[in-house]
Design a protein around this ligand. Structure first.
Ligand code: AMP
Ligand code: ZN
Length: 413
């Protein structure tokens, strides 16, 4: 299997650290609002990644966090606290906001046939572990305290920007996000491990720590949750491309400083879904959610189909017109499968595939193994349905087989 690795900036052969268990970590949602279609595009592609690994025969363990604390508007520790912003907007507590949007996230992914991670971890459940982790970094000399906050000093790390390949100046510009720079940082890219001096009033989520009452910085949760659940090294770490210059860069800096070992073998990033204005945003009044898609009469699985027709490393421009075309194609596909299924009746268990059918399976697998080329995999599915060298019963068996990865609900009524 071949996968693009952001770290090497090349397509590589995938060789897991341990063939008996592929370990994957996925950055999960920040639960201060609904997921938008862009977020969901990334989760669909991550679902394909996991299911492809299982399809080609690897056992997989996947962990995902739920960010319910500490994520400020800018990934570089500036701007308003996202959870607090949600709570103010809806006149609820931050805990109520977190619960509501966590539930909404799980409802969305279920509608999109996205498999839940084997372990989903709420960031607020790991506070003691963050404290231990920061103590470890402190002992090794990677931190400093300024204005009451504990910072990570990026000059203590060799090759801090190895993931993005940017120089520090490029990185500074990339992470500025039009918000004020924290004057207490020694270097603009230093990041907060533990906040005690919060500039935000009514910070409801706070805990005692050796540095005072406060709360963790955002990047720490992914490092600690993965160390606790996957150990010191893992195969694949996933997320959207926006996380490359700051969040994942900081995750690497602190984790490798803590363990003294290389951490992630393959960094996997999904490109953005963009709208007509070029950027998908939750801050506009009516942003693009799965509920909106449903309200407009679309089947959520038409959105999955739409996403699978693009490659995860290419940007995709969303419009309801293109979703409409995708839905028409999806309905036709489903009807075609239904007609064939009706001809076949009940499938006999245990009968193997003919050489013709097997070669379609190989072709399908090869598309996925080619850096997850889902669009080509769907073309193979169409070829199967119109093939005249295999029986209808075999076609349905192949659909059943392909559905392990595609998960388009093709055999459901
Ligand atoms: P968030 O809830 O903002 O932390 O984002 C959840 C996931 O969605 C992360 O993996 C982000 O990198 C990803 N993401 C954010 N915006 C987009 C977008 N427009 N298109 C695709 N993925 C995105
Ligand atoms: Zn993360």
């Amino acid at each position: 299997m071949k996968l693009y690795n952001t770290l090497s900036r090349a397509i590589e052969n995938f060789n897991p650290i341990d063939e008996n268990l592929v370990k994957i970590y996925t950055c999960g949602p920040t639960v201060y609002n609904y997921a938008h279609l862009g977020n969901l595009r990334t989760y669909i592609h991550e679902d394909i990644l996991e299911k492809t690994l299982r399809y080609v025969g690897y056992p997989v363990k996947r962990v995902m966090n739920i960010t319910d604390v500490g994520h400020l508007e800018s990934d570089a520790d500036d701007g308003e606290d996202k959870m607090l912003k949600g709570a103010k907007r809806e006149n609820k507590t931050v805990w109520e906001i977190a619960q509501h949007y966590t539930d909404a996230f799980f409802a969305d992914i279920e509608k999109l046939n996205i498999k839940k991670a084997d372990i989903t971890a709420r960031a607020t459940d790991y506070i003691d572990d963050y404290i231990e982790f920061i103590k470890g970094l402190e002992k090794k000399g990677f931190t400093y305290i300024a204005n009451g906050n504990v910072y990570f000093d990026i000059t203590k790390v060799e090759n801090y920007t190895k993931l993005s390949g940017m120089d520090l100046e490029q990185l500074r510009t990339a992470s500025r996000d039009d918000v004020s720079i924290d004057v207490h940082k020694k270097n603009p890219q230093d990041f907060v491990l533990w906040f005690t001096k919060s500039k935000f009033e009514n910070q409801a989520m706070k805990w005692d720590s050796p540095w005072g009452v406060g709360y963790p910085g955002w990047h720490i949760e992914c490092s600690v949750i993965s160390l606790k659940n996957l150990g010191e090294q893992m195969d694949i770490h996933c997320g959207g491309v926006d996380h490359i210059p700051v969040h994942h860069t900081n995750e690497i800096a602190q984790t490798e400083s803590y363990t003294g070992k290389p951490w992630v073998k393959y960094w996997w990033h999904s490109e953005f879904l963009i709208d007509q204005d070029g950027k998908m945003s939750k801050s506009k009044g009516e942003f693009l959610t799965l509920s909106l898609v449903e309200k407009k009469g679309f089947n959520p699985l038409s959105y999955r189909y739409y996403v699978l027709n693009s490659h995860y490393r290419k940007q995709l421009a969303f419009s309801f017109d293109s979703l409409d075309s995708a839905e028409n194609a999806y309905i036709k596909l489903k009807n075609r499968v239904k007609n064939i299924k009706e001809n076949v009746g009940d499938l006999q268990e245990g009968t193997g595939l003919s050489p013709g059918a097997k070669s379609y399976r190989e072709e399908f697998k090869a598309c996925l193994e080619d850096d997850l080329n889902t669009a080509n995999a769907i073309t193979v599915l169409f070829n199967v349905l119109k093939a005249d060298n295999i029986q209808d019963s075999e076609k349905i068996k192949l659909v059943e087989d392909f559905e392990q990865v595609l998960s388009l609900g093709l055999l459901k009524d």
